[in-house]
Design a binder for this molecule. Structure first.
Ligand code: ADP
Length: 482
């Protein structure tokens, strides 16, 4: 039932602990959201297997932390080569279990690979410091791996969310137990299998999945885990952060956003429409940096809405494995119901549909790409992430009003703004309360730049030269000199 793959002997439908595929008495199934068909039956793991995985990480860590930077970098490069070699099959697998159009899945393989490459390079640049002190002292700061890391990742980027955590962890000299989403574990297993094939020692990178709360409770409480890193919803992120408090783990959190996208009268219309499409409709609206609220100034409002709706109504919607598509299914029934609920609520509160608004005939979990006008701050979609292909347009008059609306949320991940006025661009970029701003640009994610949020959108940064700091501790050596 896995789609037509080429060399697919690297695929497995089992978790991997200590270099070995794990069986279990209980199982769960992974479905294709485009068809509802079953893709794989997977061992359902819980607390005992997670403890076993952490023990294996601890054993492996004793050796792994001492490997030279060159050696860690070389293994990461070998893993990178295998991921690139299997680009097509990884893309097909991802489309099958996650639903994104194949072109986007292949793009995600490249994006995932970019983190492996970046951190393979960074592995050799873990510089320390020498601090001038008194004549009888030398102060040296070295950076050491934080230890065994626990990681939990979501379903919307089944490859990139993994490499963005695992590659810097391995580069730093940490070992990892990863729990991917039970909705999309197959890509994670494939990546772990390729890492083994590349030569990472058993126990350096384990993957468990099954009973998420049980696995999460061990990863956040086991004394041998010194670092915990999570990407997912704000509610679960807060819960897991609280769980980490008892053993005071180092914590990184990439949580939900509620990104505003501001279009000013002086924007380049085509650029603003392209940016809104790229930000809002990537992965069928299911990214944490997706524009959730589109705020448009009065003078450009009608032209922008018309141009956006023309593009959106021309999208090809369908199963990403059957020909070229722009939009796929939503991940689950609950996700579909939330999107439908947001649209119904907006209509009940005075919103109007320009295009879309209903289930799409491509299948049960497909929603029509939608543009909605007359959005206002009392609607559910103003406060919660819709996580679907719905672009709600709010109208504003002044820059101050736009900034106040944009910042009226507890989230602070990404924001976007479109203007050709350089002074306004600076004011707005500095005034937006988010970790990332796309200025005249709808895409903020790249391995070269820090990714992360402020306010309730998270703690820490991933990617860039800063991303590896999350897996390193500084040690001060204060040396007496006679
Ligand atoms: P989403 O809404 O994107 O599915 P979640 O936060 O529910 O976001 O899921 C993100 C990840 O967190 C997934 O791997 C999921 O299995 C995991 N998860 C959800 N609830 C818990 C929990 N109580 N403990 C540990 N992991 C959890």
């Amino acid at each position: 039932t896995i789609p037509p793959l080429g060399r697919n002997d690297f695929l497995t439908s089992q978790p991997i602990i200590d270099g070995t595929e794990v069986e279990a008495a209980s199982t769960f199934t992974v479905a294709n959201p485009a068809t509802g068909g079953t893709l794989a039956t997977v061992a359902l793991l819980g607390e005992a297997e997670t403890r076993r995985s952490i023990e294996s990480n601890s054993r492996a860590y004793a050796d792994w932390r001492k490997r030279s930077a060159q050696e860690r970098a070389r293994l990461l490069q070998d893993w990178l080569a295998l991921v690139r070699l299997h680009r097509q099959d990884l893309g097909l697998l991802m489309t099958a279990e996650q639903g994104k159009p194949l072109a986007e899945a292949l793009g995600e393989v490249d994006y995932a690979a970019s983190f492996i490459q970046w951190f393979a390079e960074e592995a050799r640049r873990l510089y320390g410091e020498v601090i001038p002190a008194s004549s009888d002292r030398r102060i040296i700061v070295i950076r050491q791996p934080v230890g065994v890391a626990g990681a939990i990742t979501p379903w919307n980027f089944p490859a990139a969310m993994i490499t963005r955590k695992v590659a810097p962890a391995l580069a730093a000299g940490c070992t990892v137990t990863l729990k991917p989403s039970e909705l999309t574990p197959l890509t994670a297993f494939a990546l772990a299998k390729l890492a083994l094939e590349a030569g990472f020692p058993p126990g350096v990178f384990n993957v468990v999945c099954g009973d998420a709360p049980a696995i999460g409770s061990v990863l956040t409480s086991h004394p041998d885990v010194t670092k915990f890193t999570f990407t997912g919803s704000t509610a679960v992120g807060k819960l897991l952060t609280a769980q980490c408090a008892a053993t005071l783990k180092r914590v990184s959190m990439e949580l939900g956003g509620n990104a505003p996208l501001l279009v000013f009268d002086d924007a380049d219309l085509d650029q603003a429409v392209e940016g809104a499409i790229a930000s809002k409709f990537r992965n069928t609206g299911q990214t944490c940096v997706c524009a959730n609220r589109i705020l448009v100034q009065g003078g450009i409002h009608d032209r922008f809405v018309e141009a956006l709706a023309a593009r959106v109504s021309a999208f090809t919607v369908g199963n990403g494995l059957e020909g070229a598509t722009d939009q796929g299914p939503l991940i689950t029934r609950a996700a579909f119901d939330k999107v439908q609920g947001h649209v119904a609520d907006a209509l009940a509160q005075g919103g109007g549909i320009v295009t879309g608004g209903k289930r799409h005939d491509a299948g049960e979990l497909f929603f029509q790409p939608t543009v909605l006008t007359g959005a206002n701050p009392t609607m559910r979609l103003a406060d919660e992430e819709t996580f679907g292909p719905v672009a709600p347009v709010f109208r504003f008059d002044t820059e101050a009003e736009a900034l106040a609306l944009a910042n009226a949320t507890r989230s602070g991940l990404a924001a976007y703004a479109f203007t050709r006025d350089i002074d306004r661009a600076w004011r707005v970029a500095e005034g937006l309360e988010t970790g990332m701003v796309g200025m005249n640009n709808g895409i903020v994610s790249t391995e070269t730049a820090p990714f992360g949020g402020i306010k309730e959108s998270g703690l820490g940064r991933e990617g860039s030269r800063h991303g590896i700091d999350e897996f390193l501790e500084m040690k001060t050596i204060n040396l007496g000199v006679r």
